[in-house]
Design a binder for this molecule. Sequence first.
Ligand SMILES: Cc1cc2nc3c(=O)[nH]c(=O)nc-3n(C[C@H](O)[C@H](O)[C@H](O)COP(=O)(O)OP(=O)(O)OC[C@H]3O[C@@H](n4cnc5c(N)ncnc54)[C@H](O)[C@@H]3O)c2cc1C
Length: 377
Amino acid sequence: MYDIAVVGGGLSGLSSAIQLAKAGLNVVLLEKKAYPFHRVCGEYISLETLPFFKTKLDFNPFDHGAVMINQLTISSPKGSTIKLPLDLGGFGISRFHLDFLLKKIAQESGVTIFDKTNVLNIEQKNSHFEIKTNRQGILKSTMAIGAFGKRSNLDRSLKRSSFYQRSPYIGVKHHIRIADFMLENEIALHNFQDGYCGISRVEKGIFCLCYLSHRKNLKQAGNIPTLEKSVLQKNPFLKTIFNEAEFVWEKPLVINEISFEKKTLKENGVWLSGDSAGMITPLCGNGMAMAIHSSYLISNAILDIFQHNKTETIAFQEYEKQWQKHFSTRLKIGRNIQKMFGNPFLTEILVRSLKHLPPVANQLIKLTHGQDFLEKK
Ligand SMILES: Cc1cc2nc3c(=O)[nH]c(=O)nc-3n(C[C@H](O)[C@H](O)[C@H](O)COP(=O)(O)OP(=O)(O)OC[C@H]3O[C@@H](n4cnc5c(N)ncnc54)[C@H](O)[C@@H]3O)c2cc1C
């Protein structure tokens, strides 16, 4: 019998597991893939996470090759550009590297980790949860955290309505090497018809190139290489990058059905965090920070139950209140900004206008980002 079963070993699950184990709880984490592994993600993390990483997880990404990023370039499909300093900024590190480092910290903190373990079902009994897996049989825990990401078989088995809402977006990621094209500390957001592509540096001189496109682009193109040639490369910056870069992998990673619709924070007694609770549009570059911040909120609320005798109902209400306070406006603004990007006409107008109104651009960036959340509870 574990105190807590964390289902999903991405940033949200790993960070929750580490905090709860460091506080003395008996934690098991279940991840369906085998560490270390790549995932579709732009790999730019807002600096709002750094104090948390250092203080709560004893982890400094800059000791492990992370690169500071503090310049933003946005281009319209036709190639108009705007360059902005990022007030808060962020850092680049691959998820392959970052998640694996956190997995090691989780193990050192006493978390029992089973990777290559797919959770098939989570069932609430009277006094505990039964977690049915493909490799470890049935595990039991007092509480369960769902940190299984944007879309999982568990959304279906928990009968979440969000699972049945179709989404038109696909995500594609490459790792590339490209000389002298971008500044070391820059993140670029290059727009194309019905999509956008983020490029920024991660460790070891590699750049992450990751884009979100409407599914209809892929349907019309027939395959990813044709999509990249016929749609993305209409943007002159993307054309140069695709023609000059060395692609590290033979094929990119591709995912589909990326939904930004509202979700619930609890299903059948399972508390949800990270993308399982709600996903911000990737162009905001804030999903990882939100996943990590939500792990902090959920861990604090759970520790109130185990260590301060709060009832589950009161602790969950506090979690929900904090979650809404910190994230609901960001998610809404992210959805609205995304509507403008991808439309070539609107993007052109937006980029040209923001060029003359840098304070407005800075305000938009601020609204989709948070602050050091250890200071603000
Ligand atoms: C195209 C794209 C680009 C992005 N770019 C950025 C960016 O640059 N910056 C940023 O901050 N955010 C970005 N994001 C968002 C960011 O990737 C997510 O918000 C973040 O990864 C969420 O973390 P998480 O822990 O909630 O979920 P995840 O990191 O997705 O982890 C969930 C884990 O649960 C596991 N899992 C699922 N089902 C089961 C099961 N049944 N049993 C066991 N395990 C299971 C999965 O294998 C996965 O490892 C981007 C997203 C997309 C789609």
